[in-house]
Write a protein that binds this ligand. Structure first.
Ligand code: SF4
Length: 169
């Protein structure tokens, strides 16, 4: 099967991870049409036909999440457990797929959640979808539960952002 010079240049524009598949598909299609030479138009037609799904998947917007944690607890916690749970997509992150990213990780700023509103407003401009209130805000027993957690949740939800209680337990 012959390729025109322009066709060879065009195929190089196809992402490398699907290039061989496109090449095979184009050659089969042109062969089935009874022709012996591949043109730019053949490549474009094949790419549009066979890879619309892949392109749609690529362009699917990511789910963007932020984690808010307790200012007081942050003095003794670097946040490892939150990130471990997120990276493994476990516990409170088990319903997310790989098309998810953390766009913010910050403390509340101290009682009564002093800076949460301002930072959520800021992250909304970056497409924030969900805020997780870290498990440290929900501790009970020896450690006092955050007395403002329900207010903080309501305030975030009033901004149109989904709120999930907890991160790693
Ligand atoms: S508002 Fe709640 S989460 Fe923030 S510092 Fe106070 S107790 Fe911790």
């Amino acid at each position: 099967m012959k390729w025109t010079k322009e066709a060879l240049e065009e195929i190089e524009k196809v992402p490398s991870f699907v290039r061989d598949m496109v090449k095979t598909a184009v050659e089969n299609e042109v062969f089935n049409l009874g022709r012996g030479e591949i043109t730019v138009e053949d490549i474009r037609a094949s790419r549009d036909k066979h890879f619309a799904f892949a392109e749609a998947k690529e362009s699917k917007p990511k789910t963007k999440i932020a984690i808010v944690r307790c200012e007081i607890v942050s003095e003794v916690c670097p946040g490892v457990a939150c990130f471990k749970a997120f990276n493994a997509k476990k516990i409170k992150f088990k319903d997310y797929d790989e098309n998810t990213e953390i766009v913010g990780f910050f403390t509340c700023g101290g009682c009564p959640g002093r800076r949460v509103s301002r930072l959520v407003n800021s992250l909304k401009k970056h497409g924030l979808d969900v805020v997780h209130l870290s498990s440290c805000m929900l501790l009970e027993g020896d450690y006092p539960k955050c007395p403002y957690v329900e207010d903080i949740k309501e305030m975030i939800e009033n901004k149109g952002i989904k709120v999930v209680y907890g991160t790693h337990h």
